[in-house]
Design a binder for this molecule. Structure first.
Ligand code: NAD
Length: 391
């Protein structure tokens, strides 16, 4: 299977790089294995292997901006990707995050049937950065690309930052009434419909009143999802690292809180990751006490093989790039067709995609993540006029 949702080792340091070394602890690997090849060679190899079109490194001394833009695919239409600002440990980590997220955006477009591709912009947050000037510099880069790439919100980039970008370019999802609006609401509607599809797949019905859902993270997506679940009649327990936010949302929605230290162990029907990516790996997936993992977070699995492991353990994993594309659908249709797709319609569309993936997963005895990657890869190969990869 194409290594589509790999996390920590990621695109720049694939498993194949280790193939020649004896198995076992990484500590036993020869020292030479830790010497990364020079970055440029390494990056171009990774781009070629994963089919990236272009990667731009941007630095601007005056604003202290350091950023990467990765355009994974613009074969069918413009590439869409949010703007993430994060305190990365180093450039390598930032670039890897950028590449993984860009590729995952193409997968989302492919599964959602959008005439668009994936991209991502990441800004390295650091004390030297003057945010207003840095975001304006980003805006000028986006404008120079002339509509081949559209950007929008993501972690660390909200209304104020998007406002700075919008001063310099038309190709941004604006946070005001001139934009599509209802982006997190669209994500929540998609995740809710995706969870419903998973329940129907396992039990033939949703029967919300019998269900317990553990929501990890009470940010824009987690809070909205919790609200929809409670309105449907489900019992919701949630964890949130920020105690003040946790208390506020718990009061507002009258939901139960659980300690983030025990979030994975909570017995439930559905575990809904709505915080950070890279949370499911060898050490966490054995702690889960749920039947379904389905949430809004991007790149939930550290590696795609963890989706296979969940499948082997009898846990249904709804692939993140199939279930969390609601905001992308709303934003892309706004820019491509000049219309605001109804949130309910977005939910229905994502529910259908999930239903199809799960149906094929059952019929072919394959993990849903494998089916989803295969379906996305086939569509992308078709756009590009390339040989269709075998499942
Ligand atoms: P957010 O920053 O508003 O919320 C994330 C919340 O998770 C924060 O409150 C944070 O304190 C909390 N958190 C972090 N780690 C936690 C942990 N281990 N346990 C409990 N709480 C934890 O972000 P958001 O916009 O709600 O997005 C959530 C996820 O969904 C991200 O992975 C994002 O990339 C993805 N996503 C969001 C959208 C969208 O429309 N906002 C669309 C697609 C995907």
């Amino acid at each position: 299977m194409q290594d589509a949702v790999d996390g920590r080792e990621g695109i720049l340091f694939p498993e194949s790089a280790w193939r020649d070394y004896p198995s076992g602890s990484s500590l036993r690997r020869p020292a030479a294995a830790w010497n990364h090849p020079p970055m440029a060679t390494h990056l171009l190899e990774a781009m070629s292997r994963e089919g990236f079109e272009e990667v731009i490194a941007l630095q601007d001394r005056r604003s202290g901006l350091r950023a990467f833009l990765a355009i994974h695919d613009s074969t069918q239409g413009p590439a869409f990707g949010g703007l993430r600002r994060w305190s990365y440990l180093d450039e390598d980590q930032a670039l890897r995050d950028c590449l993984r997220l860009a590729r995952s955006m193409t997968y989302k477009c492919a599964l959602a049937g959008l005439q668009a591709g994936g991209a991502k912009l990441v800004i390295l947050d650091r004390p030297e950065l003057d945010p207003a000037a840095g975001y304006r510099a980003i805006g000028r880069l986006v404008e120079r690309l002339g509509g081949r790439f559209y950007t929008g919100p993501d972690v660390g980039t909200d209304a104020q930052e998007l406002g700075w970008v919008a001063e310099e370019t038309r190709f941004v999802t604006r946070p005001d009434e001139q934009g599509p609006g209802l982006l997190p609401e669209s994500t929540c509607a998609g995740v809710f419909a995706g969870i419903a599809a998973c329940l129907r797949h396992l039990d033939g019905e949703e029967d919300w009143r019998r269900r317990t859902v553990v929501v990890q993270g009470l940010g824009a997506v987690g809070r909205g999802l919790a609200r929809l679940l409670i309105e449907a009649g489900a019992r919701v327990r949630a964890s949130e690292l920020d105690p003040e936010k946790a208390e506020r949302v718990a009061r507002e929605l009258e939901l139960e809180l659980c300690d983030p230290a025990t979030e994975y162990e909570q017995p439930c029907d559905v575990f809904a990751p709505c915080a950070l990516g890279g949370i499911l790996h060898d050490l966490t997936l054995t702690r889960l006490h749920c039947r379904i993992v389905a949430g809004g977070a991007n790149n939930v699995l550290v590696r795609s093989l963890h989706g296979e492991r969940l499948h082997q353990r009898g846990v249904l994993y709804a692939p993140d790039f199939a279930i969390n594309s609601g905001a992308l659908i709303r934003g892309a249709l706004f820019h491509l067709e000049g219309r605001r797709e109804r949130v309910e319609q977005i939910g229905a569309r994502i529910g259908e995609v999930l239903g199809r993936i799960l149906g094929r997963s059952r019929a072919e005895g394959l993990a849903p993540v494998r089916v989803a990657v295969d379906e996305a890869a086939q569509r992308i190969a078709h756009w590009r006029g390339e040989r269709v990869p075998e499942a």
